[in-house]
Design a binder for this molecule. Structure first.
Ligand code: ZN
Ligand code: ZN
Length: 365
């Protein structure tokens, strides 16, 4: 990971703003810029260089991980360490403006930091500076994402061995999560979704104690974190004797998902990817049951830019990694979603998720 190059980019941006420094507090952004993976740390980016603040619990870890920044290890909180540092740094200057991350730095922290700083220091909001840089993944990141997707995909094979009528959703999730840990995952990307029967019509039905029953779909949406990077995948299987309407709806979602994948290439707006999926579902008169957006970016976080949604203007570029996950949901009846991860390449796209998408029915007995 070229942390220095990432910081340099931000520093170039800093030179074009009215800020004297940028304070990065959102941990995935801190990790992206300097490599720190702990849970308490702040990165200050100035034109002259970068300084990383953490507390004594992370002394060893910070020395091992942090690249491209000086370290300040404090016995107090990182915020207090930063306050003391800035207080000294500011001496001799009249005005001093620090950019903070509006979406992440809390009002409480802003108040606390303001108290530690001399009068005349301004803390001003910035928005999405590091997130913008993170939207295009470099080759190292794509390699890590590929590995996460491979490990994540194995979990579905495990799920297929467990899903049977009478088995609770949480049992399926537990077996998948155990398999994930055994395969080296640091954590799940999000609480595993195993939603059966009428619960499959809930787009985010976390695994519950409900027993799987014949005559319905099971939506399995899951992902792992490997070396900090997330995977995200959904497959939907039928349980019991197959009905025509279930199979028809499944094939429509599959067709919509493929149509959205097929339009992914550099230069097109993400909104067009969304409308490609919606158009197919409309043809099948199912568009009104598709109640969420088509996808999202994935990387150090499970949901990051861009939003692959109706009307979104973000233009796809090589190196962006997005999900394509249309679904249809019939409240009280059942739901279907199919989700893959896709990387935008110079020539179009590369589907990272290796799992097949053919209609699968798990037998009743
Ligand atoms: Zn998902
Ligand atoms: Zn997703």
């Amino acid at each position: 990971m070229d942390f220095k190059a990432r910081q340099k980019k931000l520093r170039e941006h800093l030179a074009t703003t009215r800020f004297d420094a940028l304070l990065i507090s959102h941990l995935p952004n801190v990790r992206y810029l300097c490599g720190f993976t702990g849970s308490a740390g702040l990165l200050l980016i100035e034109e002259a260089g970068s300084v990383f603040f953490t507390d004594v619990r992370y002394d060893t870890q910070a020395h091992e991980e942090v690249k491209g920044a000086k370290l300040v290890i404090t016995r107090k909180s990182p915020l207090a360490g930063l306050g003391e540092f800035l207080d000294k740094r500011r001496k001799g200057r009249r005005k001093w403006a620090i950019g903070i991350e509006s979406e992440h730095f809390t009002v409480a922290d802003k108040k606390r930091l303001a108290k530690l700083l001399p009068a005349g220091t301004a803390l001003k909001g910035t928005s999405g500076l590091v997130e913008r840089a993170r939207i295009v993944k470099d080759a190292d990141e794509i390699g890590l994402i590929r590995s996460a997707v491979q490990v994540g995909a194995q979990l579905f094979d495990r799920a297929l061995k467990i899903i049977r009528p009478g088995v609770q959703e949480v049992e399926v999730a537990a077996e998948m999560e155990l398999a994930a840990r055994r395969a080296g995952a640091e954590a799940m990307s999000f609480p595993t979704i195993i939603a059966s029967g009428a619960r499959s019509a809930l787009p985010h039905g976390r695994a519950s104690e409900q027993a799987i029953a014949p005559g319905g779909f099971v939506v399995c949406d899951f992902g792992v974190i490997l070396s900090g990077y997330c995977s995200d995948q959904t497959r939907t299987v039928w349980v019991g004797a197959v009905t025509d309407d279930a199979r028809r709806a499944y094939e429509a979602v599959k067709e919509a998902q493929q149509a959205a994948i097929d339009v992914v290439r550099p230069g097109i707006a993400v909104g067009e990817v969304d409308s490609a999926a919606r158009k197919v579902l409309k043809k099948h008169k199912l568009d009104r049951y598709f109640t969420h957006s088509t996808g999202h970016g994935v990387g150090l976080e499970i949901h990051e830019a861009p939003r692959v949604a109706d009307g979104q203007k973000e233009i796809l570029q090589p190196g962006m990694v997005i999900t394509i996950e249309p679904g249809v949901y019939f409240p009280g009846k059942w739901g279907i979603r199919i989700e893959d991860m896709v990387v935008v390449t110079a020539g179009g796209r590369d589907v990272l998720t290796p799992t097949g998408k053919e209609f699968l029915a798990v037998a009743s007995s």
